[in-house]
Design a protein around this ligand. Structure first.
Ligand code: ADP
Ligand code: MG
Length: 376
């Protein structure tokens, strides 16, 4: 894989369309990287994939905007189309995410999902067709991943108090929560687009797929606006429209699972999305143990901190879902699954103070050399 002609950090400013960019000298490289990494620390909720191009701040010919959505920050940087008669805005993309959040959030009481999650047991509840369709896709991912990805982990989230300060449930409480978890605790009726809960404690958690679903809407909105090149950063998941140039993809840095300020791999992104899952600081400490926010639906327990997995996929929903699923499966089984299912995945495994990189065959085709090396 050839190096980008220009690195994304500091020097990546000589774009082929010869637009004028606000140049930063190479001396700025490190401060720029550190700024972006530090900035990202505030934004990212999982072990992060970090991009550092274009530099923060307005560039001629580019639009940039960010908003707080789905509990994190969505930042979009987009190149204006050449033929812009009446410049497009990024608003439709943000509006689409806002609407999706209003539908999927389980942190508010009035969303479609929250209403379903509180609906009386045994009573079918009508779901808006688009949401029902999305949940159908997610259900198929649950089947495909053998239940490693399962949004119906709500009862387990409660049992471990992952949205509070964390707790170790008693064996009885864990067993009860397991009996109330899993998509089979819901009755799905496709012809009427209705869902009925079968257990009082069962609820669906959109945390593992909401950002991916949202980035898909962002992609569609940006394409509809005729935007030729863009990237979006949504709390650690990235979306690229086009590449950095016709020849080069956007270089995205993948952070060390335990040290987010350290890039340990670079992945080229073009018309695709990249998501990372790991046990991040979004874990809760209970006594001596840390409970991660990703649960293994097969055991009912939080997945222990083995490292992180980064997935690249054309479909942002698939990237989001598969990063979570492969983190649950772990580096050995996860890599086998990724190979068997043609998934581009990079596993970063922390072992004995060292970090092992294990890339699936498809991911190897996207790995870049460190574009910042030799530029200091
Ligand atoms: P992040 O949202 O931090 O980027 P993920 O995409 O991996 O990370 O999603 C983690 C979230 O998904 C958890 O906070 C929880 O809401 C939900 N979740 C936890 N375990 C699972 C699982 N096995 N399958 C589906 N969703 C899960
Ligand atoms: Mg996910």
């Amino acid at each position: 894989m050839p190096l980008p002609a220009q690195t994304p950090v500091g020097g990546a400013l000589d774009a082929p369309d010869k637009r004028e960019y606000s140049c930063r000298s190479l001396a700025d490289t490190n401060s720029q990287l550190i700024f972006i990494l530090a900035h990202s620390l505030l934004l990212l909720q999982t072990v992060a994939a970090l991009i550092s191009y274009p530099p923060a701040g307005p560039l001629p010919g580019w639009l940039e905007r960010e908003a707080f959505l789905m509990g994190t920050t969505l930042r979009i940087v987009a190149e204006l189309p050449d033929s812009a008669s009446g410049a497009p805005t990024l608003e439709p993309a943000f509006d689409a995410v806002r609407r999706l959040e209003a539908s999927l959030s389980t942190w508010r009481e009035d969303s479609d999902l929250a209403l379903l999650n509180r609906s009386p047991v045994g009573h079918p509840r009508a779901i808006p067709p688009a949401v029902y369709h999305l949940l159908g896709e997610v259900r198929r991912w649950t089947e495909r991943t053998g239940g490693a990805f399962d949004p119906a982990v709500g009862a387990l989230v409660d049992a471990w108090d992952l949205r509070g300060t964390g707790r170790h449930p008693s064996p009885e409480a864990l067993e009860r929560a397991r009996r109330a978890s899993g998509l089979t605790r819901f009755a799905w009726d496709d012809p009427t687009a209705t869902v009925a809960r079968r257990e009082a404690e069962a609820w669906l958690d959109s945390g593992g797929f909401g950002k991916g679903a949202a980035l898909r809407l962002v992609r569609d909105a940006l394409r509809a606006a005729g935007i030729p090149r863009a990237f979006a950063d949504f709390g650690g998941q990235w979306l690229a429209i086009g590449g950095r140039s016709d020849e080069n993809p956007w270089p995205v840095a993948v952070a060390h699972p335990a040290r987010r300020d350290k890039a340990v791999a670079w992945v080229g992104l073009r018309d695709a999305s990249i998501a990372t899952s790991g046990q991040s600081e979004r874990s809760v400490r209970v006594g001596d143990t840390r409970l991660g926010h990703i649960l293994d639906p097969r055991t009912g327990r939080p997945v222990s901190a083995w490292g992180s997995v980064t997935v690249l996929a054309q479909d942002p929903l698939a990237a989001d879902v598969l990063a979570t699923a492969l983190f649950v499966l772990g580096p050995a089984e996860g890599l086998r699954w990724a190979e068997a299912n043609d998934v581009a995945a990079l596993f970063l495994v922390a072992r004995d103070g060292r970090l092992e990189r294990r890339a699936s065959r498809l991911m190897r085709g996207h790995l870049l050399d460190d574009p910042t090396s030799g530029k200091e």
